[in-house]
Design a protein around this ligand. Structure first.
Ligand code: C5P
Length: 306
């Protein structure tokens, strides 16, 4: 043990478009999505230790009671996966500082997984090639490779195949959190129930979305935001429909459920516009409201003393 410590931050993700296709033989749904990393971050700090341990800390607004601190936590799976891949037997003390809502449809767990992989790689001085880290990330979860890459990107496969997408300028998102999270498998199950007996088409990304991102046309982007998991999420949380309507009435260019929900997103043109829309939503008591710009970087080392 050399007493080193490494800290890595990783961003929340939103889906500007989330097309869900048929269930594949492995049980996952085929996806075609446009991801964007936004400026809400979790930080994962790792230190040399005899055993693998997890501590979870959070900003006061976040309920982290549902985050496991045993071997089922994605950060532990990430550390063990990397150690196993490299033939190492290492303990590590892992601290997660959460800034991303838990079970909010913003891939906070995936951000932690990506951050833990990168942090352990650095702590153990492995210098693993990017491609190999992305393959390990995909084993941890469908959204984990994107948390590594960040920016704006197309996701295919079950979401784990990521290709960066060039966009123009900055986007501002108001993010409405919910007191209670939603389980991703449960929302997918609801999607399946809604499509029982029907043929589910291969997932697609609307051309209008690509066009709007290329030209930074917020009016068009607001209209092109789509999410096939929105209808099932709203069946489980009907009250979110009012929040979406209210955000549009508050002058957001578009409103959509984030991933499998329940967080909701509202597109704005600037920090000042986001402040105004956020204040309007907060006044109505729908839940905790924040705002963040996108795109931002993926997982990266912010402190290293290894
Ligand atoms: O890959 P990840 O662990 O994030 O997936 C969580 C759950 O979400 C899966 O167990 C599955 O129920 C559902 N899922 C899916 N199709 C995807 C991604 C996730 O059905 N493409």
């Amino acid at each position: 043990m050399n007493g080193g410590t490494v800290a890595v931050t990783a961003p929340a993700k939103i889906n500007l478009s989330l097309g869900v296709g048929p269930v594949r033989p492995d049980g996952f749904h085929a996806l075609a999505t446009v991801y964007q990393a936004v400026g809400l971050f979790d930080q994962v700090t790792v230190s040399d230790a005899d055993d693998v341990t997890v501590t979870v800390r959070a900003e006061a607004r976040l309920d982290v009671s549902g985050v496991p601190t045993d071997g089922s936590n994605i950060v532990v799976r990430a550390a063990r996966l990397l150690a196993e891949q490299k033939g190492l037997e290492r303990g590590v003390a892992i601290t997660i500082d959460k800034g991303i809502p838990v079970a909010g449809g913003m891939a906070g767990g995936s951000a932690d997984g990506a951050a833990a992989l990168l942090a352990c790689d650095h702590l153990w001085g492995l210098g693993t090639a990017r491609e190999e880290l992305l393959e390990l990330a995909a084993e941890l979860g469908s959204d984990v490779p994107f948390a590594m890459v960040g920016g704006t990107a197309i996701g295919t496969g079950r979401g784990e195949l990521v290709s960066p997408l060039m966009t123009r300028g900055e986007f501002w998102w108001v993010i409405l959190e919910s007191d209670r999270g939603l389980s991703t498998p449960q929302v997918y199950a609801e999607f399946d129930e809604m499509h029982l007996g029907a043929v589910v088409d291969d997932p697609e990304i609307p051309d209008e979305l690509f066009q709007a991102l290329r030209t930074h046309d917020l009016e068009a982007l607001g209209k092109a935001l789509t999410n096939d998991l929105q209808a099932p999420a709203l069946r489980l949380r009907p009250e979110l429909a009012r929040a979406l309507d209210h955000g549009r009435a508050e002058s957001a260019f578009g409103a959509v459920v984030s991933g499998s929900g329940p967080s909701c997103l509202f597109l704005c043109e600037s920090r000042a516009h986001a402040t105004q829309v956020a204040a309007g939503l907060a006044e109505r008591g729908f839940g905790h409201v924040s705002f963040a710009p996108g795109p931002v970087h993926g997982a990266r080392v912010v402190a290293a003393d290894a």
